[in-house]
Design a protein around this ligand. Structure first.
Ligand code: NI
Length: 139
């Protein structure tokens, strides 16, 4: 395990006040804890922005299952990417609308491509992909 290092940061007072409010709002006990999470988040984003990085993610979207052929087209896309689709959760929200949360694993570019194909399919609402990596672990 890497050694913990202390370092000083120069920061203007207004920015530090805003940071302290954020630390408080998010429920962190210390600035250090919040800063470490910010760094991890940024590192993870950097990693997922590299196209061939190995990523995991969740794609969520809502759609009307009565819309012509939509459920079938979405399922077809998931099968096309069966190496990347780990699991899919389907929730019947009401008489017409369905929510799907699809867990994905693979190269960032492939996951973004699948997400793009699903979320731009006509009739899909609120499509959103969240990508992360298994790097930048908390300790
Ligand atoms: Ni449904």
């Amino acid at each position: 395990m890497a050694e913990t290092v202390r370092f000083g940061v120069s920061i203007d007072e207004e920015l530090l006040d805003a940071f302290d409010r954020l630390v408080d709002d998010l429920g962190y006990e210390t600035r250090s804890e919040a800063l470490r999470d910010l760094i991890r988040e940024r590192l993870s984003r950097q990693e997922t922005e590299r196209g061939n990085a190995s990523c995991v993610g969740v794609l969520c979207y809502v759609y009307d299952h009565d819309a012509h052929d939509l459920a079938h087209r979405v399922m077809h896309l998931q099968h096309e990417y069966c190496d990347e689709v780990v699991s899919a959760l389907h929730v019947h929200l009401d008489a017409h609308n369905c929510l799907e949360a699809v867990v994905l694993r693979g190269k960032a570019t492939d996951l973004q491509k699948l997400a793009g194909q699903i979320t731009t399919t006509r009739g899909i609402q609120h499509g959103q992909l969240v990508l992360t990596t298994t790097r930048a672990k908390k300790r």
